[in-house]
Design a protein around this ligand. Sequence first.
Ligand code: ZN
Ligand code: ZN
Length: 162
Amino acid sequence: MRLEGSCHCGKVRFRCEAYAPVPFLHCYCSICRKTAGGGGSAVNLGARAATLEVEGREYLGVYQARIREGDGSCRTSSGRRHFCTGCGSALWLFDPDWPDLVHPHASAIDTPLPVPPERVHMLLGSRAGWVKAPDGDSDKHLDGLPRESLEDWHRRHGLLDD
Ligand SMILES: [Zn+2]
Ligand SMILES: [Zn+2]
């Protein structure tokens, strides 16, 4: 599925081909919560890095989170969170450890996205205390990470767009 996205101020526009375009996976980790804003979660999609085209590259900022380990030491996340330096909109995540993929934030996509048949709320163990994840019949809750990849979830639901 072809996705068109942009930041709020319009300095950055991008497009890409998504194999996993259904916005079902909500992440409540502290990095997503703080950098993507909103109701305490961010929603990433799966797209092919080779198809990413960007206008306004000069306005891109990149953030690599510092992650505190259990023993008190810090490491730098390999994930590169791209945002607009003009307005702060979170745009996509790229991780050189997975160079074929790019993960656009659903919040930045202007193309109407499919409505997910179920939602998975992950890393709820890191959510802010005031956040209550929706818990309807089609909501799944996970304290940690899902075992199923974005690709596997889409395949299981017959929604993979190769
Ligand atoms: Zn902007
Ligand atoms: Zn997250």
